[in-house]
Design a binder for this molecule. Structure first.
Ligand code: SAH
Ligand code: SF4
Length: 355
């Protein structure tokens, strides 16, 4: 199989093209074509000679992701694409459109936000009980190019609609910190100032809480946002939902989180899937607030998306508000996120194909 063009970083790509007897500046031309013009086929590189275009097509692979199913939510704001990879495996990518994003959102205030939710693995080995990807098990790691290509695809789709991509969330299929180096390579490629130039603070990486990797990530001093899937404030309950908690219990996890905030001065987000009668009581909110005390953070709560093999039910809006108020009264900010693309099974953690 030919190497994937998106798997190369700039130096590797430039060296490859130079080895074909091309002048040095061709490397930057191809890089610009890929990451500034979003060209996805050799034919589109009209600034290159025909023989060079032909050579690129012969020796490199551009067809990373083959869209095999595209579904749009009824309101048209969410699009889920099921892709086939070169080995026949399948992943999903979701593009979400938000209007009038509240100005309480930090950093940059976009009136309109277009977020792509990308996958880092085929399946996932973490086995979280309520997660459709977890229910599939682990199939394989994605390469950096397969991760990058999802973002390029979204940027291109949006460009066709005269919109721009504003955010990337690493919250699709898979556990990014179980594919740590590759995921960070992919984000670095997209962050490259001489290429796609997507600001670090517009990326959010979500992890189930692989503690050693959080320490490592803190040390790396990167500007990406970090989100942690917490979902429970006591070990017994968290372990029953997220088996990884047996290995990395809440106190160890929060210790790593404190270190991250101290080291980077960046706020951390905790994710909480609200499951009726399981983790949505004011009492649990108070325990959570006590544990998060003094930590610069925010809680993102989202009513559970139901999945085939998990019998929990989503918390209703009245109950969710009580949970949120209990947290806020204890000094922890919290937002209840709306459901997204429910009618097309594109909610977080529902990214498992029905095919
Ligand atoms: N593996 C990473 C990122 C992918 S999951 C992680 O676990 O953080 C993205 C988010 O969706 C996580 O917070 C995850 O816990 C949550 N999630 C998974 N299944 C869900 C479901 N059925 N309903 C609501 N949230 C879910
Ligand atoms: Fe994997 Fe995240 Fe799903 Fe857990 S919630 S199984 S870590 S994708």
């Amino acid at each position: 199989m030919n190497p994937l063009i998106y798997d190369f970083d700039f130096a590797e790509l430039a060296a490859r093209i130079k080895s074909w007897g091309e002048p040095k500046f061709r490397g930057q031309q191809v890089w610009d074509g890929l990451y500034k013009n979003l060209w996805t086929k050799p034919e589109e590189f009209t600034n290159l000679s025909k023989p060079l275009r032909a050579k690129m097509g012969e020796l490199l692979s551009f067809e990373v992701l083959k869209p095999i199913l595209i579904q749009e939510s009824k309101d048209g704001d969410t699009q889920k694409t099921l892709f086939e990879l070169r080995d026949g495996q399948r992943i999903e990518t979701v593009i979400m459109h938000y209007e009038n994003v509240p100005s309480s959102d930090d950093e940059e205030k976009f009136k309109v936000r277009n977020t792509v939710c990308i996958s880092t693995q085929v399946g996932c080995g973490m086995g979280c009980k309520f997660c459709a990807t977890g229910q599939m098990g682990f199939k394989r790691q994605l390469s950096s190019g397969e991760i990058v290509a999802q973002v390029i695809y979204a940027a291109r789709e949006l460009q066709d609609r005269e919109e721009v991509l504003t955010n990337v969330v690493v919250m699709g299929m898979g556990e990014p910190f179980h594919n740590y180096e590759t995921t960070l390579e992919a984000l670095a490629r997209l962050n490259d100032k001489n290429g796609f130039n997507f600001g670090a603070r517009r990326f959010t990486i979500s992890t189930v809480g692989l503690v050693p990797m959080i320490w490592k990530f803190a040390e790396a001093g990167l500007q990406y946002n970090l989100a942690i899937s917490l979902h429970a404030s006591e070990d017994e309950l968290r372990s029953s939902m997220l088996p990884i908690n047996d290995k990395y219990p809440i106190n160890k996890l929060l210790e790593a989180c404190r270190y991250y905030v101290q080291k980077t001065s960046r706020k951390i987000t905790f994710e909480w899937a609200l499951i009726e009668g399981v983790n949505d009581t004011p009492e649990q909110a108070f325990i959570l607030a006590r544990k998060l005390k003094g930590l610069m953070c925010h809680v993102n709560a989202i009513p559970l998306n139901t999945t085939r093999n998990f019998h929990g039910r989503p918390t209703g809006s009245a109950r969710a508000k009580i949970f949120k108020d209990a947290l806020q009264d204890s000094g922890i900010t919290c937002t209840i996120r709306e459901h997204r693309g429910i009618d097309i099974q594109a909610g977080c953690g529902q990214l498992a194909s029905r095919e």
